[in-house]
Design a protein around this ligand. Structure first.
Ligand SMILES: *Cc1c(COP(=O)(O)O)cnc(C)c1O
Length: 299
């Protein structure tokens, strides 16, 4: 993977007039199927365990999950079996994301929302382990310590020290915590939650995973969730289309559309002193836009 080539500078007049340098790390371009940050999390997890051909990995997700499709594809590449525990009853018409997962050899196991909500409980995990002996279980979204270690690699191949501010979207917060771990003194790492109810590092277990020095570099701006996880009002779609026409960068409705909106809004609210150098992590996820009707996005 040749990282420096996926850094793209945004040369908007407004940024230049405010004396800001804004780069985007286009992780969406790293691989057509294993989107952006998901590869790093999977790698962190897969390093945990000696997997031999034919071993199984089990993970969790919803109908449009980037993590499910990334896991299915990666498992197939590595000659592993994969099992996806999917939230909700099996619908009569599967999403294209789940159809893709099946194409990559994943076995789907639909569970009720109630059962799914127990996915991190020891009893549920023991039951799973008994049903699939020897399988490695990856938490939803590739989260946890192993995922954080994997995401701390994101900054490794670029000259990240030159940035004063690094921005990323927060789902489980794994990517954000990994970037915080790899951060250097003087940097501010800004996380944009895409769901309601995350307003501080405590909400993503920051205290558990980070030293106080690292935590102090983190900042969460909770105002850009647009109503909650996967909510995508017309205002967001209009923004994503405009941003695409201005920059050539496509974004997704769940994560990166909200991230780029937060970027623009925080710049116009003068959050960054002049001479700041910003790096925005485009974490991928474009496949999820297939949940929209044709024509809602211009890309
Ligand atoms: C999963 C995902 C995220 C969220 O990452 P977390 O580590 O769970 O916070 C961000 N962007 C995209 C495109 C994703 O698919």
């Amino acid at each position: 993977m040749n990282y420096p080539s996926v850094i793209e500078q945004l040369r908007k007049k407004e940024y230049i007039s405010r004396d800001l340098h804004v780069d985007v790390l286009r992780l969406d371009k790293l691989h057509p199927i294993v989107s952006g940050n998901k590869w790093f999390k999977l790698e962190g997890h897969l390093r945990q365990t000696p997997l031999t051909p034919g071993s199984a990995i089990i993970t969790f997700g919803g109908a449009w999950s980037n993590h499910i499709v990334a896991t299915a594809y990666t498992a197939q590449e590595l000659g592993l079996r994969s099992i996806g525990i999917i939230r909700g009853e099996r619908p009569s018409q599967l999403s294209v994301t789940l159809k893709d997962a099946i194409t990559y050899g994943m076995t789907l196991n639909f569970v009720s929302r109630k059962e799914y909500s127990q996915k991190d409980q020891p009893a549920f995990l023991q039951h799973l382990a008994a049903n699939y002996p020897g399988a490695y279980i990856i938490p939803e979204g590739g989260s946890g310590e192993a995922g954080i270690v994997g995401c701390s690699e994101i900054l490794r191949h670029i000259d990240s020290k030159s940035y004063t501010h690094i921005l990323c979207a927060i789902g489980t917060g794994t990517t954000f915590l990994g970037i915080l771990r790899a951060s250097t003194p003087g940097q501010e790492i800004i996380g944009i939650p895409v769901l309601k109810g995350i307003s501080s590092l405590k909400d993503i277990d920051g205290d558990k995973f980070l030293t106080p020095q690292r935590s102090a570099r983190g900042r969460i701006i909770p105002d850009y969730h647009f109503g909650g996880y996967a909510r995508h009002p017309q205002q967001l779609l209009d923004f994503m289309n405009r941003f695409y026409h201005e920059t050539g960068i496509p974004s997704d409705i769940v994560y990166t559309g909200k991230l780029f909106y937060a970027l623009e809004d925080s710049i116009s609210r003068e959050l960054y002193p002049s001479h700041s150098r910003l790096l925005v992590i485009h974490s991928g996820g474009l496949q999820g836009n297939r949940s929209l009707s044709p024509g809602q996005l211009d890309f």
